[in-house]
Design a protein around this ligand. Structure first.
Ligand SMILES: Nc1ncnc2c1ncn2[C@@H]1O[C@H](COP(=O)(O)OP(=O)(O)OP(=O)(O)O)[C@@H](O)[C@H]1O
Ligand SMILES: [Mg+2]
Length: 271
């Protein structure tokens, strides 16, 4: 489905980040169909922020697909339960075997709740011995096929890839510039709103591994941990967001009362 030209800016549909204080600063959310890089160092809550989007969208009845390449589905869900997310409000589906995919997709047809489908690639990797991981295209193709299947069969407009960095380790691109162009175009053509997690060094010197991802993506959001004396503050900024009048300031990111909040960066949260 190709991108279409809108006649009015109000016709650009948006997906909320469900971060209070930040959505208001990006015209209400990320334009549908956009590919957004979420970049940050270890422990900056990249996975939580992405899960939070899919969770709230599932509560609202939309299906979302979460590819977890390294962290197990159990570890991810337990982390979110510990943050007081109530999984009874959504239909949580965990796929650990690719052969199960068809049955699990069929079950979704009877669902009244929105589904959050976690594809546990870490477990699938351990289970599948016949996929030759030396062939650098295998895992990328597995992921592309699953995205297409779930998108078509379950009507799934949202995707999280956790993480792009783990995909690079699995796929070993020979020509990243060309290969990444085709992956990004593949997702764009599906018109699936995608959040691609990019694990980046602490110094924040770059947003992505090859840096070409910065230009290929429609949006970049970065999270960092900033030390201030003996305290550490989590900070979030929207570096770019195409088709969006966005505030690029740095906000402090907090998780309070079951809700992500971005506090305006103009105030020092530590004072
Ligand atoms: N209830 C909570 N409130 C606030 N922060 C929490 C809560 N529970 C866990 N955390 C923080 O969340 C962090 C981990 O979040 P998450 O796994 O989303 O980060 P990440 O950036 O994806 O990490 P990784 O780089 O390991 O993938 C932990 O370091 C922990 O301090
Ligand atoms: Mg993570």
């Amino acid at each position: 489905m190709p991108e279409t030209i809108v006649s009015d800016k109000k016709a650009i549909s948006r997906v909320k980040l469900h971060i209070q204080g930040l959505d208001e600063n990006i015209q209400g959310g990320v334009p549908e169909g956009h590919l957004t890089l979420l970049s940050g160092a270890a422990g900056t809550m990249k996975s939580s922020v992405c899960f939070n989007v899919l969770y709230h969208e599932a509560v609202a009845g939309k299906n979302g697909l979460y590819f977890s390449l390294e962290q197990s589905a159990e570890s991810l869900v337990n982390h979110m339960v510990n943050m007081d997310y109530d999984m009874r409000r959504i239909n949580l589906v965990i796929v650990k075997e690719l052969s199960d995919l068809k049955t699990r997709m069929a079950e979704l047809q009877d669902q009244t709740l929105g589904s959050l489908i976690i594809v546990d690639i870490g477990t699938i990797r351990k289970e599948i011995h016949d996929v030759n991981t030396d062939n650098n295209k295998s895992w990328l193709n597995v992921i592309k096929n699953v995205v297409k299947k779930i998108h078509v069969e379950a009507g799934c407009p949202l995707l999280v890839l956790d993480s792009l960095s783990a995909l690079y380790v699995l796929s070993r691109f020979e020509n990243p510039r060309i290969e990444l162009f085709y992956i990004f175009e593949y997702l764009r053509d599906l018109r699936i709103t995608s959040f691609l997690i990019s694990e980046m060094p602490l110094d924040g010197s770059k947003y992505s591994e090859y840096e070409i991802e910065d230009f290929l993506s429609d949006g970049i959001i970065t999270i960092r941990l900033t030390p201030f004396r003996r305290q550490v503050v989590r900070e979030i900024a929207v570096v770019k967001m195409r088709a969006t009048n966005c505030n690029n300031d740095i906000f402090s990111l907090e998780f309070r009362n079951g809700q992500f909040q971005a506090l305006y960066g103009g105030q020092n949260p530590l004072l």
